[in-house]
Design a protein. Structure first.
Length: 180
């Protein structure tokens, strides 16, 4: 593979890989570093790249794997820091917080399941599977602008149903005197 051909790959994939890394890491500098590492690894294996059917899929997989590795390193570093003789406050959620979070996830899952089939599938692809608008548009055959509109409407419906549900539950709890 020539340097120009590889530069074309970088130009084509740089933004996409950065977005994937940033969604996972939530850190601009680390995301940029991961993307740079991926391109460096790809350059070192440039002679083998022609064997791959889908270089984009390879780059995305490498990016996700590098992000996961970085998260594991972060977790290990935090574990080592917390393992010192200094007592630290427990930052893990309380059983009550975990219960509330679990209930909220279950409510939202039920709401998503009640969406029209097309909306439900698109929301799951975007919000649960983490696919980009472009990936979903390719799979579904939809125009990206139409896809954005449908997802926006689906999110709005989820929000309205969630608010309605929590308001109704709050009224019922006030009437019966029950609280979680």
């Amino acid at each position: 593979m020539t340097r120009d051909a590889f530069n074309d790959i970088i130009d084509r994939l740089n933004r996409k890989l950065y977005v994937i890394a940033y969604r996972i890491l939530k850190n601009q500098q680390e995301s940029e570093d991961v993307v740079q590492e991926v391109f460096l690894k790809m350059w070192t294996m440039k002679e083998k790249l022609n064997k791959y059917d889908d270089i984009t899929a390879l780059a995305v997989t490498m990016t996700r794997n590098n992000c996961i590795d970085l998260l594991r390193k972060r977790k290990n570093i935090n574990s080592e820091k917390n393992g010192s003789d200094v007592l630290t406050a427990d930052s893990s959620p309380s059983p009550y917080d975990r219960l509330v979070s679990l209930e909220n996830r279950e409510i939202i899952s039920e709401i998503i399941e009640d969406l029209p089939d097309a909306w439900r599938d698109l929301i799951k692809q975007r919000e649960i599977n983490g696919l980009s608008y472009e990936e979903i548009a390719l799979q579904s055959g939809m125009n990206i602008n139409n896809l954005r509109v449908v997802l926006s409407r689906a999110r709005q419906m989820i929000k309205e149903k969630y608010i309605s549900y929590t308001n109704e539950r709050g009224k019922a709890e006030r009437i019966t005197g029950k609280v979680l």
